[in-house]
Design a protein around this ligand. Structure first.
Ligand code: APR
Ligand code: PHB
Length: 390
C-alpha cells in the first residue's frame, strides 16, 4: 500500500488534517487504534475559536455546526460573590462558537467517508519507521494481518498517549511539563444550562465551570482531587458540590438530571519540542497538552492541522519546503501563548491548598480584569485565540 501522507490517530487533528489535505488534492490514510463507535462517542471539549471555525469551513465540514452551534459573545468569571462579564465580541470583534468536539469528530468522519477517504479503525500495533530518511513507512495489524504503508510523510496525531512521539529518539526532543495536583470531574446532562453563556467560577471550595453543548444539554465541571474515583461522585454529590461553588443566581436556576457521562480528567501542561523530526510531524495532543481552563486544546490541535496542511500543499504544488521547514517553529509560538494563558487562567481560578499568598494574588488578578479594560481585552484576545506571531 502507498499514500502520500500516513496519519496516525483519528482525533480532531488527524481527521481535520486528512480532510484539508484532501481539499488540496493530497492522498492520505488515517490509522486509528479505537473503533469508529468509540471515537464518535468520546466526550471532550466544546469551545471553538474563530480560526477553528474557519478551518472546519475550509475543510467543508461546517454544515451541521452552522445549524446547531451556539455563538457566544461573552463569558462570565465569578469570584467569591463578584462576577465580571468579559464581552469577547466588543473587546476583540470576535465571539466564540460552542459546539462539541464529539460532533466535530462525527462531522469530519462523515466528510472523509463521503469523499471516499481511507480511515482504518481498530488498527493495532501501529509502528512508524524510516522517517529519519527518505522512505518512511507505517505498519499496523488489522483482522489478524500485518499491513505496511509506504508514504512521503507521517503525521503523528495520536494524542498524548500515542505511539508517534515515543518513536522520536529521546535525545532529539526536549520535554517541558508541569502536572497539577487536581483534576476536573465533568458531567454531561440533558438539562437546560444555567445561563446563556459560560461561567468560570473560582470558589473557596474549588473551581467550577458551567458550560453547555446546546440549549438543552449542559456540561459542568468541578475541580476534584486527582486521586478521586468517579464512583466516589454519585450524581447527587456532584450537583450539591456544583451548586455550592457557582454564583447564587446560577445555583438557584440550576436544573439537575441524570448524568449522561461522568469522568475525571487530569490537568497538565506539556510541550515536546520540536514538533517535527525528519519526515514525521507531530500535531495536537501528541505534541502538547494544556489544562482545559482556557479551552485551548482542541483549538491548538486544529491550528496545527491547518499549518501542516498548508505546508504540505505548498510542497506538493510548488515544491516549496518553507512551510514544512518552519512548521514546528510556527506552531510552537501559538502553543506557548496558549500554554501561558491556560496556566495563568488555571492558577487564577483553582484552589491550591494552604496557599494564602496565592489566594491574594488570585484576587489581585481578578480585580485587574474587573477594573481594567486593557486587562479584560488581553484576556479576551487570548480566549478567542487572537495570537499574532512575533
Ligand atoms: N495508534 C493509532 N491511533 C492511536 C494510537 C496508536 N498507537 N494512540 C492513540 N491513538 C488515537 C486515539 O485513539 C485518538 O482517537 O489517536 C487519537 C488522538 O486523538 P485526540 O486524543 O483527540 O488528540 P487530537 O486529535 O490531538 O485532539 C486534541 O482532544 O484531548 C482533547 O483536549 C484535547 O481537545 C483536544 C483534542
Ligand atoms: C467544555 O464545554 O467542555 C469546556 C468549555 C470551556 C472550557 C473547558 C471545557 O474552558
Amino acid at each position: 500500500m502507498r499514500t502520500q501522507i500516513a496519519i496516525v490517530g483519528a482525533g480532531p487533528a488527524g481527521l481535520l488534517l486528512s480532510q484539508l489535505l484532501h481539499k488540496g488534492g493530497i492522498d492520505t490514510i488515517v490509522l486509528e487504534r479505537r473503533s469508529r463507535t468509540y471515537v464518535e462517542a468520546r466526550i471532550r471539549a466544546g469551545v471553538l475559536e474563530p480560526g477553528t471555525v474557519d478551518l472546519l469551513t475550509h475543510a467543508g465540514a461546517d454544515g451541521r455546526m452552522r445549524r446547531e452551534a451556539l455563538i457566544h459573545d461573552g463569558l462570565a468569571i465569578a469570584f467569591g460573590g463578584r462576577i465580571v462579564r468579559v464581552d469577547l465580541k466588543a473587546l476583540t470583534g470576535f465571539p466564540v462558537t460552542v459546539y462539541g468536539q464529539t460532533e466535530i469528530t462525527q462531522d469530519l468522519i462523515a466528510a472523509r467517508l463521503g469523499h471516499g477517504g481511507k480511515l482504518v479503525f481498530e488498527a493495532e500495533n501501529v509502528a512508524l519507521e524510516g522517517f529519519d530518511g527518505a522512505h518512511p513507512h507505517v505498519s499496523y495489524e488489522s483482522g489478524g494481518q500485518t499491513h505496511d504503508i509506504a508514504c512521503d510523510f507521517i503525521a503523528g496525531c495520536d494524542g498524548f498517549h500515542g505511539v508517534s512521539r515515543s518513536c522520536v529518539p529521546g535525545s532529539a526532543l526536549t520535554l517541558y511539563e508541569r502536572e497539577l495536583p487536581f483534576g476536573w470531574l465533568g458531567v454531561l446532562s440533558e438539562t437546560r444550562p444555567v445561563d446563556d453563556e459560560l461561567i468560570y467560577s473560582r470558589n473557596e471550595r474549588g473551581f467550577a465551570l458551567c458550560s453547555m453543548r446546546s440549549k438543552t444539554r449542559s456540561r459542568y465541571y468541578v475541580q476534584c482531587p486527582i486521586s478521586d474515583a468517579v464512583e466516589a461522585w454519585p450524581d447527587d454529590r456532584f450537583w450539591d458540590e456544583l451548586r455550592r461553588r457557582i454564583p447564587a443566581g446560577a445555583a438557584e436556576r440550576l436544573v439537575t438530571g441524570p448524568s449522561l457521562e461522568k469522568s475525571i480528567a487530569p490537568l497538565r501542561s506539556f510541550v515536546a519540542e520540536p514538533m517535527a523530526f525528519g519526515r514525521l510531524f507531530l500535531a495536537g495532543d501528541a505534541a502538547h497538552i494544556v489544562p482545559p481552563t482556557g479551552a485551548k486544546g482542541l483549538n491548538l490541535a486544529a491550528a496545527d492541522a491547518g499549518v501542516l496542511a498548508a505546508g504540505l500543499i505548498a510542497y506538493y504544488r510548488d515544491g516549496d519546503r518553507t512551510g514544512l521547514d518552519t512548521y514546528s517553529e510556527t506552531c510552537l509560538k501559538r502553543v506557548w501563548r496558549a500554554e501561558r494563558f491556560s496556566w495563568w487562567f488555571t492558577a487564577m481560578t483553582h484552589r491550591f491548598d494552604d496557599d494564602a499568598f496565592g489566594r491574594r494574588l488570585q484576587t489581585a488578578e481578578f480585580d485587574q480584569i474587573m477594573g481594567s479594560r486593557a486587562a479584560a481585552t488581553a484576556f479576551a484576545e487570548n480566549y478567542v485565540g487572537m495570537f499574532r506571531a512575533g
